[in-house]
Design a protein around this ligand. Structure first.
Ligand code: MN
Length: 287
């Protein structure tokens, strides 16, 4: 049975919040997993981390971690000072997650976000090289900390380095460690991939986690995503990773701005009730 999770930012306007109350909340709504922001792990005290882990263990909720690195921590930067700062930050993050018992860190951990190719450049090759150099270093720390680094394939409007599953496959094969794997997201795939099925089959065993959302980032079950095709492909590769929904429906705050939510997609909706229905749908349709 695949675990079903949700990204906490569905409920918040800011990235840095207290994650503790969300553990109980997602448990009550029927989830198995909570994805939280990996960034704050770096500065969390041991006591705070122990409390969060304890609550997750007590309720049987798995934790996973997501982040889009900021330009200050860009591990693909051509500026060596910035790249080194990014490496130090990622090292601290991986070690922090290691002290939480390990797990998955996914997102734009190979570059920064949101991002377009820097002005004046036409070739992303040198940036990709920097990213690979960084990842080959980081993956060793991940191996020592029982952490899997999942590079997320993101659409062209939000990032430029890995827009398709094919690019991500080349990337993780070059890194060459089971601790560097792929995170696909239906919202991004809908924009970039010729075929959901072919992309999932191409990822194969490299696919370690999967983000769910409709084409407009509503919770699964409320749109036109080809869920039956997706389920069949996940079954064909024997996918046993988590299915983490990542809905964004409300404008406001840094998150609304970063995600480009400029309207209330579901006026008057009860977010908890919507999430509970989406779990039910996902369990029936994708597990
Ligand atoms: Mn995602």
């Amino acid at each position: 049975m695949r675990k079903i999770g949700i990204f906490y930012a569905y409920w918040t306007e800011e990235w840095d919040v207290d994650f503790l109350p969300f553990v109980d909340r997602v448990k009550r709504l029927g989830f198995d997993q909570l994805e939280i922001n990996a960034g704050p792990m770096v500065d969390m005290t041991t006591e705070e981390k122990t409390r969060l882990c304890g609550e997750a263990d007590r309720l049987g909720i798995a934790l996973s971690y997501g982040i889009g690195l900021t330009p200050e921590h860009d591990v693909s930067s051509l500026d060596e000072t910035v790249r080194q700062r990014g490496l130090i930050y990622m090292r601290k993050m991986i070690e922090a997650v290691g002290t939480m018992g390990g797990g998955m860190i996914g997102g734009t951990i190979h570059s920064y976000w949101p991002a377009v190719l820097p002005q004046g450049l036409t070739d992303k090759g040198p940036i990709l090289e920097q990213s690979l150099k960084s990842m080959k270093e980081l993956v060793k720390i991940a191996e020592d900390n029982q952490v899997i680094l999942n590079v997320e394939v993101i659409n062209r409007f939000e990032q430029f380095l890995l827009n398709t599953c094919e690019e991500a496959v080349r990337y993780v094969d070059e890194v060459g460690s089971p601790n560097c794997a792929i995170l696909l997201d239906t919202f991004h795939m809908n924009i970039e991939e010729d075929s959901f099925r072919d992309a999932i089959l191409l990822a194969g065993k490299r696919l370690s986690a999967f983000h769910l959302g409709e084409t407009n980032r509503k919770p699964p079950g409320l749109g036109r995503m080809p869920w039956a095709e997706i389920k069949e492909a996940l079954d064909d590769i024997g996918f046993d990773g988590p299915l983490v929904m990542e809905p964004f429906v409300r404008p406001g705050g840094t998150i609304g701005r970063n995600i480009s939510v400029w309207r209330d997609l579901m006026p008057g909706a009860d977010l908890d009730a919507l999430a509970a229905r989406a779990v039910e749908f996902t369990r029936k349709t994708l597990c």
